[in-house]
Design a binder for this molecule. Structure first.
Ligand SMILES: O=C(O)C(=O)Cc1ccccc1
Length: 322
């Protein structure tokens, strides 16, 4: 393992007196994720109206850290987050948080399923309840909301703009909404992964069960670039847990890869893979190395262990002396 500079006890993953922001309003799944961060329950928490707004608050110093959704087990990556962290002033992922997700259907008082003409929620919640909705409220029009909790709050208006909201059981209860159906998600045991991002600071210490997140622009006019990018990981025994391509938005056909890889940048195999990636795609962005929430340690083949890399370095040094 490459020696690390000293990090604070929490590995820069939060601190006393920190101000946190998150995709709000109160009652979102994102707030539930933030409340898992040690100390956050007693800290100042500022709800933001969008992922972009939350990240801007961190970038311009109004908040020390933000929690945003990045991936869920049913729908995959959260594009708004992947795009917002791939460009602009760089941010660092300090930790990941997993939240099991269950949805309820809250309605305007007195309504039955047949009377629901419009339903609102966050696009990722809608995607996770689509089959249920097709079977149970096939006539209902979907109106996107900035979050599940925002949709729930909207139902409290004197004249709500829609008939039903899909939200968490907790926020429905807190707001005193009428819940018509519970557990309406299409997949039992759905989990969403959230990340805590801050501006900079020390890297969290390696734990042996870590993840590294990268943004790798696909180089132009480089046949076989994707194969070469993947080869940097495979040749060093680094497992990938997520890889998605996203358009940069600059021009048609311009893409970047958003990648999660098992391991810490202080692991020799990961450091070596990043050097290889830098040669292929010099504008790659390192978004952080941080502990895996599930604490699952990867199996490291002997020839890609830190010791094997160290022995190879010594061998080469020796060879130069001859
Ligand atoms: O809208 C919310 O409550 C969020 O936190 C975003 C979201 C939406 C659906 C599943 C997980 C997270």
């Amino acid at each position: 393992m490459i020696p690390s500079p000293s990090a604070d006890a929490a590995g820069g993953a939060g601190g006393k007196g920190w101000t946190y922001t998150y995709l709000g309003p109160e009652g979102t799944f994102t707030e539930a994720a933030l409340l898992q961060v040690p100390g956050a329950a007693d800290a100042e928490r500022i709800p933001a109206t969008s992922v972009t707004a939350a990240l801007e608050m961190v970038r311009d110093g109004r908040a020390d850290a933000a929690v945003v959704p990045i991936e869920n087990s049913v729908e995959g990556g959260v594009s708004a987050t992947l795009d917002a962290i791939s460009a602009g002033d760089p941010l660092r992922i300090r930790r990941e948080i997993l939240v099991p997700i269950t949805f309820v259907l809250a309605v305007r008082p007195g309504l039955e399923l047949a009377g629901i003409a419009t339903v609102s929620t966050h696009s990722h919640a809608w995607a996770q309840c689509r089959d249920w909705a097709e079977k149970n409220i096939p006539h209902a029009e979907y109106l996107p909301a900035s979050s599940t909790a925002a949709a729930a709050v909207g139902l409290q208006a004197a004249e709500p703009a829609y008939d039903a909201a899909i939200c968490s059981p907790l926020v429905a209860e807190r707001l005193g909404l009428q819940v018509l159906r519970s557990d309406i998600g299409d997949v039992a045991d759905a989990v969403t992964r959230f990340v805590l991002l801050s501006r900079g600071g020390p890297l969290p210490e390696p734990t042996g069960a870590d993840k590294t997140t990268l943004v790798v622009p696909l180089p132009e006019d480089h046949p076989g670039a994707l194969m070469e990018i993947l080869d940097q990981f495979s040749a060093r025994g680094v497992n990938l847990s997520r890889i998605e391509s996203r358009p940069t938005g600059l021009f048609l056909g311009d893409y970047f890869f958003s990648i999660d890889a098992d391991g810490h940048v202080y692991d020799a195999r990961m450091a070596d893979a990043l050097k290889g990636l830098h040669r292929i795609s010099p504008n790659l962005r390192f978004l952080g190395s941080y502990p895996r929430a599930d604490q699952r340690e990867p199996e490291i083949p002997k020839h890609t262990s830190d010791e094997a890399f160290h022995a190879a370095d010594l061998w080469l040094e020796d060879l130069y002396k001859d």
